[in-house]
Design a protein around this ligand. Structure first.
Ligand code: NAD
Length: 306
């Protein structure tokens, strides 16, 4: 099988000055893409800014014969980042929403500023950059978007209520972009990475940290963004050279009343609780229509008990 090429494709990677974003930018460029290396160049908690991070990655790509330009805007100014792609390369094909910061505090201590900044960088940033690229994707009938979530969003994590909320919100954003993009060949997927970076250096045990190279995740991102990959609306977790699809599942549940004329009392709920929360026959509703049909079948069952 032929190598996966990105010749002629223009890829925007946000937060590409370090960590995961840097490894994505380098791999895309090595496969022929022209890359916009966006990075605000600030600190881990979103303070300050610098051109150094983006410039160093652009330099590295160019020194290897690749094509790249820097962009130093914050992701909340998404249209400026996409404009950099258009001005320098005349198009945009792929958006990797990767930029991120942390403002970890236990829930009681989260300030409005800690909340707003995290939601702005992760969620609003992905909205602004993706929305700025959207009309170009639609016009050319091709586009690939990645949003970056986290196990802290999917599962929760102590001290990360703001970050967890933003990261789970990105799943909702991606699910709907996948639906709205389908007719124009715009795919959108969620990546859930675990990798060694400045965000995790004091969180992960050193033995594990050393194994979690971002370069082992970048190939997953490239595949998801290739024109021959049809995956869309999915959540893909990846770390240490492993990847898996994650789904929201729902148990079979339980009816809480016997017929359509019955009411439901709190005691009915209590008495059925173990059946309500039983996940033995859990499945994943593929879409909202499927979920609605299931609801209608249950209502029919109540109207016409067998
Ligand atoms: P990192 O700190 O190494 O890289 C993030 C980059 O984003 C930095 O270079 C930073 O300057 C840049 N950035 C921050 N705010 C920005 C803004 N407003 N505009 C533009 N650039 C900005 O961190 P990383 O670990 O490589 O994280 C990349 C993404 O992966 C983040 O979204 C993070 O939340 C997510 N993530 C990482 C892990 C992990 O294990 N490393 C786990 C789950 C999720």
């Amino acid at each position: 099988m032929a190598e996966l090429s990105f010749n002629g494709r223009v890829v925007v990677v946000t937060g590409a000055g370090a960590g995961l974003g840097k490894s994505y930018a380098l791999l895309f460029a090595s496969r022929g893409a022209s890359v916009v290396v966006n990075d605000l160049g600030g600190g881990r908690s979103g303070d300050g800014s610098s051109t150094k991070a983006a410039d160093a990655v652009v330099q590295e790509i160019r020194s290897k014969g690749g094509k790249a330009v820097p962009n130093y805007d914050s992701v909340v100014d998404g249209e400026k980042i996409i404009q950099t792609a258009l001005d320098n390369f005349g198009r945009v094909d792929v958006v990797i929403n990767n930029a991120g910061i942390l403002r970890d505090r236990s829930f009681a201590r989260i300030s409005d500023n800690d909340w707003n900044l995290i939601l702005d960088v992760h969620l609003k940033g992905a909205f602004k950059v993706s929305q700025a690229a959207w009309p170009y994707f639609r016009k050319q009938n091709f586009g690939r978007i990645i949003v970056t979530s986290s196990c802290a969003g999917l599962l929760g994590n102590f001290g990360q209520a703001n970050y967890s909320a933003a990261k789970m919100a990105l799943v909702g954003l991606s699910n709907t972009l996948a639906i709205e993009g389908r007719k124009n060949n715009i795919n959108c997927n969620v990546l859930v990475p675990t990798a060694a970076s400045r965000l995790t250096e004091d969180i992960l045990p050193p033995d594990l940290y050393n194994e979690l190279k971002p370069e082992l995740i970048a190939p997953v991102v490239l595949w998801l963004c290739h024109e021959s990959c049809n995956e869309t609306g999915s959540i893909i977790e990846s770390a240490a050279g492993w990847a898996a699809k994650v789904q929201v599942v729902r148990g079979a549940g339980s009816l809480l009343r016997k017929s359509i004329t019955d009411i439901v009392t709190p005691e009915d709920v209590r008495d059925k609780w173990s059946a309500v929360t039983d996940m033995t026959n859990a499945s994943s509703p593929g879409n909202i229509q499927e979920s609605t049909v299931n609801l209608m079948i249950r209502l029919e069952g109540l109207k016409n008990p067998s």
